[in-house]
Ligand binder design. Sequence first.
Ligand code: THU
Length: 128
Amino acid sequence: MTDTELLEAAEKAMENAYAPYSGFKVGAALLCKDGRVFTGCNVENSSYGASNCAERTAVFKAVSEGYKDLEAIAIVSSGKEETFPCGICRQVLGEFAPDIRIILRKKDGSPSVYKFSDIMPHHFSLKK
Ligand code: THU
């Protein structure tokens, strides 16, 4: 699957975003190493802290189905600029895939790619 195809899957997932409070829709598509794709959207709640981001929706869907080998994640939003994953989602991605590729959508629609370590160096890891 190409980066552009993964962005398209994220855009489709964004159609299901439930964002009546922020009005900011997000979609994510997570590519596993075996080629399987899990998508997610943000799901808000009237108790704001109970809301979930698109990226974590996708990661939790994958992991709960037994898929932890993650290759890339594409993220799109209803905003005009590239939308980077929030800090909590970066920490969640780092748990499973500290080498995951992050694919964002530039203003002109083309993909921009980041290494996880570029956007989240030194993520927390519980070493006892
Ligand atoms: N949001 C995401 O889905 N992913 C992010 O990485 C940042 C923010 C959502 C959460 C909330 O529903 C809305 O965007 C505004 O913060």
